[in-house]
Design a protein around this ligand. Structure first.
Ligand SMILES: Cc1cc2nc3c(=O)[nH]c(=O)nc-3n(C[C@H](O)[C@H](O)[C@H](O)COP(=O)(O)OP(=O)(O)OC[C@H]3O[C@@H](n4cnc5c(N)ncnc54)[C@H](O)[C@@H]3O)c2cc1C
Length: 295
């Protein structure tokens, strides 16, 4: 099916206007940002909104701003802006790692971080990035603003805690000293969705130990988005190959991959193990090279 069902269209002039339109048209209204997830769903008749509320004119939702110990990202920020931002790459190199692998320039020029997170596709890369960065999300609704942690955003595949009459407005990434991160993905061909991907962010302690760590996996059914047993096993330890191997083994054990056209369950579990090791190794190297450059 290539043509969506008929729908009405309204272009919001401000955030308040968008919220008003959502309230006015009720359950049948959906926000459209880049449209790269919603339009294909409509063409396949997996989504049939009667009203599309276009938020693309809300330029005040498109920003990347460092404020104190937080990097604030507007929900309408496009993939391309995240990919090209040196500020983002400097603080959170895993974002550029991930963005380089997301789709193609056409999708990246238009698709937004807000749309990606609200689509809640289990194979979506920025969701793992946001889990790994312990993201806070700002959501606006008719009764004002609320903040939720990333682990409470997704209720399940394609389902979020952003209510029909609400809009995700901001993504907040906490900045931590002596930290770095990495993301890596195996895909069948350039621009494909992940067969499996992994991300990690860690903070190193004064004695060279891994003081804190978050590990995330994409497209392998990891409960809650992070590999907590693997994290617990390596927190407080000196980094090294044996430790990475232990983390990889635990992360692979805790995921629940489903075999499909991208790979068997066993192959994806193997990737979860291997990619976890690679991102830990890379993130440690990055913290150490930043520290060496400073001294
Ligand atoms: C060919 C192709 C390949 C792709 N490959 C990848 C890939 O490798 N990795 C990957 O991660 N992604 C991939 N994507 C997905 C792409 O990243 C997303 O489609 C896109 O970024 C989603 O953002 P959008 O702005 O287009 O969302 P839209 O399609 O506009 O919206 C998606 C959903 O989010 C809701 N929504 C949007 N913005 C908000 C908001 N601010 N508040 C509340 N609800 C909102 C909409 O109502 C809709 O339900 C691919 C897409 C295509 C078409």
């Amino acid at each position: 099916m290539q043509i969506p069902a008929a729908f009405e269209y309204a272009r919001a002039e401000s955030l308040d206007h968008a919220l008003q339109l959502l309230a006015e048209h009720g359950e049948e209204a959906r926000v459209i940002a880049g449209g790269h997830s919603l339009l294909p769903m409509m063409k396949l008749r997996l989504a049939n909104p009667e009203w599309l509320i276009d938020i693309n004119d809300l330029a005040d939702l498109d920003y990347i701003t460092e404020e104190g110990d937080t990097l604030r990202i507007g929900a309408l920020t496009r993939h391309v802006s995240l990919l090209e931002s040196d500020a983002v790459a400097g603080l959170f190199p895993l974002v550029r790692d991930a963005e380089k692998t997301i789709a193609d320039p056409l999708v990246r020029n238009r698709g937004t971080i807000g749309g990606s997170l609200c689509q809640a596709d289990p194979a979506e890369d920025l969701s793992t990035v946001c889990h790994v960065l312990r993201t806070e999300l700002v959501i606006r609704g008719p009764n004002g603003e609320r903040t939720v942690p990333m682990r409470e955003l997704h209720r399940g595949p394609y389902e979020t805690s952003v209510e029909q009459n609400e809009i995700l407005t901001e993504i907040r990434w906490p900045i931590r000293p002596r930290s770095s991160s990495a993301y890596t993905k195996v895909e069948r061909r350039v621009g494909d969705w992940a067969t499996t991907a992994a991300g990690a962010c860690l903070t190193m302690g004064d004695a060279g130990q891994i003081e804190d760590v978050v590990i995330g996996l994409t497209a392998v059914g990891l409960d809650g988005g992070t590999a907590t047993r693997a994290e617990d096993a390596i927190r407080g330890q000196q980094p090294g190959e044996e430790l990475y191997a232990e983390a990889g083994r635990l992360a692979a054990e805790d995921c629940n991959p489903v075999g499909d056209q991208r790979g068997t369950e066993a192959y994806k579990r193997h990737l979860a193990d291997e990619l976890t090791q690679r991102v830990l190794r890379k993130a440690v190297e990055r913290v150490n090279s930043t520290a060496a450059a400073r001294s």
